[in-house]
Design a protein around this ligand. Structure first.
Ligand code: ADP
Ligand code: MG
Length: 603
């Protein structure tokens, strides 16, 4: 037989394994979720490739995952009829970590006291190594359509071996992972434990997961001749409760007396019997169900903050289930270009197609997670061509408008909306900035502190409804802190005249107000810039202002010269009531807030 070849793990893998082995994580149980999800990924691949390439399915026509415990050997085996791995795949996929972000994960694990951090392992592309939470040796047997069956094995030292399977291509297609359990992990040999873990983490995996069990059935054996090995199975059992039954044997035309005996037989129990949630009728699904599904499907730790489940009809038929997570994965100001990728999973009639739709949703919706299941695409649509279709654009438009509807729905509950807005408000502003099509709808969802209330935020609609008769603009002031803004001298004359001013403390508002110069036909006016004209000044006031300007002209000229490196000009103004002076930005210039933001960006 061929000798096993030995390979070294990549150094990152060695670090991940060391951490896993040396830790007594409470979350050990997640190994099963990771292995089942890898199995499901692999089956999805074989199913997808099988649509166009019948050879892929030749080795095994079924798609399923099996779990089998062997108490005597103390092994737990997870097998799938997925795409399998070639020798090269085994070497690469189970010896290196391909995903970026592994370094971050390692740092988090090594520095944090949060033992649950390991629960995130799947998100960092090293879920397979979670096997070593419960096993001290792992054997992977795999058959890929393009290669012979190979055996990978490692006891978590720095190396692993690969050898062609001397038993031949017994799997047909797929992968079998044998975990040689550690002394303290024998609970994972118990049916009850395995059953509850699969229900907890893998209930919605779209392929059947079978647990191997033994069940006792009653079989009939002949009383005379006591042939124990009847090969009988449950289906052949006569439907009679009598202890002795008479079976007419038609061939031999003789009567045999039989007796019932109990017999243990193999049984495969399907653990995930749930129909994919998105295909069920919303009326039969509780919020708890939706939340549990979200956590299981997207491997999230926390309940989502909202969901919407709907059907698209006319033009394109599809079902969609969208979630707003508890909080965004990234702050909007530090969003990387790939954020949002993988958040939307596209299925065609329950078959997963892709979660790599580029620019499918606008950037401001990159926090939305969801499933779209279309009835219209052909099954063999490729990930690349689906992107170009008109159908996808129709779906996209519907998704965006439903997402807006969901947010509007939340906005009707003040407390709920406040929690949402604190976390996602920035994304709505991003939408105002770069989704001109939905700008107005998004602007209606913005909320601001205001001089009209010390506690509540206001919408622009409500502001406009409260405007004084003849008021020409929506007044606002920007800065870095609402409490400070409330004390600003810029507000003095406005408040005295009975005008309401919005107080904006988010840097993004500088851009929002520039991109959206008006709302509902009313101009937005920064009270910290340029001159203020209210249109309600009477002639006497104007004359008085002019007199004062003339009278103090020597002072303003002197100040302008004195401060020539710092200010454009010094003027007598109608802005202030009690403060002696204020620095005002020119109408077309940057506000103080904007200047400090630009300075920060330069560093
Ligand atoms: P991830 O699943 O995030 O890629 P894992 O560490 O869980 O990271 O798995 C690493 C890789 O190993 C997978 O991407 C896949 O290529 C391969 N792999 C793991 N399990 C299986 C399996 N059951 N069948 C086929 N390939 C697998
Ligand atoms: Mg994985």
């Amino acid at each position: 037989a061929t000798r096993a070849e030995e390979f070294q793990f990549q150094s990152d893998v060695q670090r991940v394994m060391q951490i896993i082995i040396n830790s007594l994580y409470k979350t050990k149980e997640i190994f099963l979720r990771e292995l089942v999800s890898n199995a499901a990924d692999a089956i999805e691949k074989s199913r997808f490739l099988g649509i166009t390439d019948k050879n892929v399915l030749a080795g095994n026509p079924h798609f399923n995952i099996t779990i089998e415990a062997d108490k005597d050997a103390r092994t737990l085996t997870i097998a799938d009829s997925g795409i399998g791995m070639t020798k090269e795949d085994l070497q690469k996929n189970l010896g290196t970590i391909a995903k970026s972000g592994t370094a971050d994960f390692l740092r988090a694990l090594e520095t944090s006291n949060d033992k649950n951090a390991v629960g995130l392992i799947g998100q960092f592309g090293c879920g397979f190594y979670a096997s070593y939470l419960v096993a001290d040796k792992v054997t992977v047997i795999s058959k890929h359509p393009n290669d012979d069956q190979h055996i990978w094995e490692s006891n978590a030292a720095n190396a692993f071996t690969i050898v062609p399977d001397p038993a031949g291509n017994t799997l047909g297609r797929g992968t079998k992972i044998v975990l040689h359990l550690k002394d303290d992990a024998t609970e994972y040999l118990e049916d009850v434990t395995l059953r509850s873990l699969v229900t907890k983490y893998s209930e919605f995996v779209p392929f059947p997961i079978y647990l191997h069990t033994r069940k006792t059935i009653e079989v009939d054996v002949p009383v005379e001749g006591e042939d124990k090995d009847t090969g009988t199975d449950a289906a052949k059992k006569p439907e009679s409760d009598d202890e002795y039954v008479v079976i007419e044997n038609e061939d031999k035309e003789e009567t045999t007396k039989t007796r019932k005996v109990k017999k243990e037989v193999d049984d495969w129990e399907q653990l995930n019997t749930q129909k994919p949630l998105w295909l069920r009728s919303p009326s039969g699904v509780s919020d708890d169900d939706y939340n549990a599904f979200f956590k299981a499907f997207f491997r999230e730790q926390e309940d989502p903050s909202a969901h919407i489940h709907f059907k698209g009809e006319g033009g394109s038929d599809f079902k969609a289930l969208l979630y707003i997570p508890n909080k965004p994965a990234q702050s909007v100001t530090h969003m990387n270009p790939e954020s949002g990728l993988r958040n939307i999973k596209l299925f065609v009639r329950r078959v997963f197609i892709t979660d790599e739709l580029i620019d499918f949703l606008p950037r401001w919706l990159s926090f939305i997670k969801g499933i779209i299941d279309s009835d219209d695409f052909p099954l063999n649509v490729s990930r690349e061509t689906v992107q170009e279709t008109k159908l996808l654009k129709q779906i996209k438009n519907k998704i965006v408008s439903k997402a807006l509807q969901l947010i509007r729905q939340i906005s009707r509950d003040d407390a709920k909306y406040k929690a949402f807005y604190d976390r996602f408000g920035g994304y709505l502003k991003l939408g105002v900035l770069d989704d001109s099509r939905h700008q107005t709808k998004l602007a209606k969802l913005l909320r601001y502190a205001t001089t009209a209330s010390t506690t509540d935020l206001t919408s622009l609609d409500d502001y406009v409804a409260r405007m004084r008769k003849g008021q020409k603009a929506i007044y606002y002031l920007t800065g870095s802190d609402v409490a400070q803004l409330r004390k600003s001298p810029y507000l003095e004359t406005l408040v005295q005249r009975g005008y309401e001013v919005l107080l904006m403390d988010d840097g993004l508002d500088e851009y929002v107000t520039q991109t959206m110069p008006s709302f509902d036909g009313v101009a937005l006016k920064n009270v910290g810039k340029g001159t203020l004209e209210f249109g309600d000044e009477d002639d006497a006031a104007k004359a008085q202002e002019k007199d004062l300007a003339d009278k103090y002209q020597p002072l303003t000229t002197w100040l302008t010269t004195l401060l020539k490196d710092h200010v454009d000009k010094t003027v007598i103004s109608n802005r202030l009531t009690t403060s002696p002076c204020a620095l005002v930005a020119p109408e077309m210039g940057w506000t103080g807030r904007m200047q400090s933001m630009m300075m920060l960006q330069k560093d």
